[in-house]
Ligand binder design. Structure first.
Ligand code: NCD
Ligand code: ZN
Length: 335
């Protein structure tokens, strides 16, 4: 049977939530990934050192049987330098949400005023703290990411020493932006390497494929595939796996988020094999992230095997992407 080995897989954009959801969900990522960048958009966003450290402890406690490093992030606000100096050791990045743009982002940034942001972004540059951005405007849903490109440019130009990560990019516009500035990087999810808007709403509406940013056009999908499959050195895998209880997805007013954590590596093998690029997957799923973030995860070896794997209908009360469908790769062992 065909096998493929991945060393120290990293998920550079992950939602773990809190409480019972955290306890149910964290072990699924901790099993097969060496580490993950943890999003701070809890119902009360993570904005203090105390909350951050306590949340990290809850994550570690939720996955006691696996070596797994939660790379913590703060929810962006215009923090002062003293605070950032104090918290720098505890964080891997700061995540910026435009206000109200997605789940639990009401306390985000409501105007990109460079003057107001400068002290924080200069301090982050000096301290080497990357800025991760959910790059969408509040415009027409299919255009939100493309409309955000001037803001990425503004930030990239004004803060050349700040590493800026365009999170979960979904458009050719973002792919084209990547090489324009040395300090711009990107994460790409697995679902955005598979879906277009047609898969979400082209037939019967698929709530479990609905997320922010929404999947776009075929030409956008092609652009994302082109850089992911080549493991472009400025792109990293970030699942944006975003669990919501089933009743919040299969409801009137469907929450945004696709839950992929337990099937991400299997799906990535499937995609990279289909394009005869399996040799590049290691770089996409770990090596680039190690270089960009300067992190050294502890050793973990994940052996995947080419055999049918039926995706469970649910993990506790969360329905994964492709529930009930058969994937062509399975995880055989993790050491
Ligand atoms: C995320 C969530 O549910 O927290 N949802 C999503 O659709 N991706 C938030 C986010 O990353 O936008
Ligand atoms: Zn996210």
């Amino acid at each position: 049977m065909k096998k493929h080995i991945l060393l120290m897989p990293l998920d550079m954009h992950l939602h773990l939530r809190d409480g019972v959801m955290l306890e149910n969900i964290a072990p699924l990522t901790a099993y097969s990934f060496s580490g993950a960048v943890i999003m701070p958009n809890l119902i009360s966003p993570i904005t203090t050192k105390e909350d951050l450290v306590a949340y990290k402890e809850r994550i570690v406690a939720a996955a006691p049987n696996d070596y797994f490093e939660p790379y913590m992030t703060l929810f962006y606000q215009n923090y002062d330098k003293n605070f950032l100096v104090d918290v720098a050791e505890e964080i891997t990045a700061i995540k910026l949400y435009p206000a109200g743009i997605t789940t639990n982002s009401d306390d985000g940034v409501s105007s990109f005023d460079i003057k107001e942001m400068r002290p924080t972004l200069e301090a982050m540059s000096q301290l080497g703290i990357p800025l991760c951005i959910h790059g969408e405007t509040d415009g027409f849903v299919m255009d939100r990411e493309a409309e955000f490109m001037p803001i990425y440019e503004l930030l990239a130009k004004n803060f050349p020493d700040l590493k800026i990560i365009m999170e979960h990019i979904t458009t050719k516009a973002a792919v084209d932006m990547l090489d324009k500035y040395d300090n711009l990087y990107a994460t790409i999810t697995v679902h955005h390497l598979l879906l277009t808007l047609d898969d979400v709403v082209g037939g019967m509406m698929q709530p479990h494929l609905f997320c922010k940013p929404i999947a776009k056009r075929p030409e956008d999908l092609d652009a994302l595939l082109s850089i992911a499959l080549e493991a472009h050195p400025k792109v990293m895998f970030g699942s944006d796996s975003a669990p919501h209880p089933c009743n919040k997805k299969e409801s009137c007013g469907c929450a945004a988020g696709v839950f992929t954590a337990p099937i991400a590596l299997q799906l990535l093998c499937e995609i990279f094999e289909q394009f005869d690029k399996l040799d590049n997957l290691q770089t996409f799923v770990s090596d680039n992230a190690q270089g960009i973030y300067g992190i050294c995860p502890e050793f973990k070896e994940v052996v995947l095997e080419k055999r049918p794997f039926v995706v469970p209908d649910a993990y506790s009360n969360v329905v994964p992407m492709y529930a009930g469908e058969t994937l062509s790769w399975a995880i055989e062992s993790v050491d």
